[in-house]
Design a protein around this ligand. Structure first.
Ligand SMILES: Nc1ncnc2c1ncn2[C@@H]1O[C@H](COP(=O)(O)OP(=O)(O)OP(=O)(O)O)[C@@H](O)[C@H]1O
Length: 265
């Protein structure tokens, strides 16, 4: 049994002169790891920015546990939704530990100070993201992948029922990609949390996610379980690429085999 945690209805959004999203309906449940997929510029980041309350849509509504997101304060949303965004920009030279501790701020009283529990969660998140050895380094002086792991750890420390990942592993090596997404999957399955990830790499998404949502030309083109949606027909329709879809006999997960010349003009 799955519960609807986030619900989008009739979401439309125009950026510049272009209507990027055209009446999107989607449901994101607890206990499910969702993937948002689609070509560059189709509106994946825009969709998750609206989903996490960072932007208001021109039309339609998003509810979080039944309450319209626009009626909730940023602090209330941050207690429920953590985001690892695509922008890796960190302007100030906070230490890696300080950045991870920022994930606890929504939970700490305005005039209070962090508790033992806050420090413990931040420390655990740093261990999971394998950044403890970087704790005292300025975040402006670590590598792109290390910075992304720091922002991932901040979101894990935030300890929310909803986790939104916008290409959150795009700079990570394979080992850290697998280990961090395994942790997300475990939280989704064991603790009934809801995860929504934007992915460019369909095979990584197929290893960890339960449901795929493909965007095309501002609309939700195909939505459903990985088995239903990850087909050569969908890949052709959405991305204009020819590919084979294989099922790994050992793990049962679907993987795509591309070929160098297999794309539409
Ligand atoms: N700040 C902005 N101002 C105006 N237009 C924008 C802005 N950010 C994005 N856009 C435009 O909105 C559209 C959707 O962008 P968005 O970043 O949501 O796409 P995306 O699917 O996440 O793309 P990608 O796969 O390249 O990350 C694109 O046409 C983009 O050029």
């Amino acid at each position: 049994m799955t519960d609807s945690v986030l619900h989008m209805e009739g979401i439309s959004f125009t950026r510049g002169r272009r209507e990027v999203l055209k009446g999107i309906d989607a449901r994101f449940e607890g206990g499910v790891f969702h993937a948002i997929l689609g070509p560059n510029g189709v509106g994946k980041s825009t969709l998750v920015e609206i989903l996490s309350g960072q932007m208001d849509p021109d039309a339609g509504s998003t509810t979080l546990f039944g309450t319209p997101v626009r009626k909730l304060s940023a602090r209330k949303v941050a207690r429920q939704v953590a985001v690892v965004s695509q922008s890796h920009e960190v302007r100030f030279a906070f230490s890696v530990r300080e950045v991870v501790m920022m994930g606890r701020h929504p939970h700490i009283d305005r005039f209070g100070s962090p508790s033992e529990h806050d420090f413990k969660l931040a420390d655990e998140a740093m261990a999971v993201a394998d950044i403890r050895h970087l704790a005292d380094r300025p975040v402006t002086e670590v590598s792109g992948g290390e910075r992304q792991r720091t922002l991932f750890a901040r979101a894990l420390a935030q300890d929310t029922p909803v986790l939104i990942l916008d290409e959150a592993t795009s700079n990570l090596d394979m080992k850290h990609t697998l280990s961090l997404l395994s942790v997300v999957r475990e939280k989704v399955k064991r603790e009934n949390r809801c995860a929504v990830g934007v992915f460019q790499d369909i095979n990584t998404a197929a290893l960890f996610c339960d449901r795929f949502h493909f965007l095309k030309e501002g609309r939700m083109a195909v939505s459903g379980s990985v088995e239903e949606t990850l087909t050569p027909e969908t890949l052709w329709e959405v991305f204009g690429v020819r590919a084979r879809v294989m099922e790994d006999e050992t793990t049962g997960s679907r993987q795509v085999l591309f070929n160098a010349g297999g794309f539409h003009g």
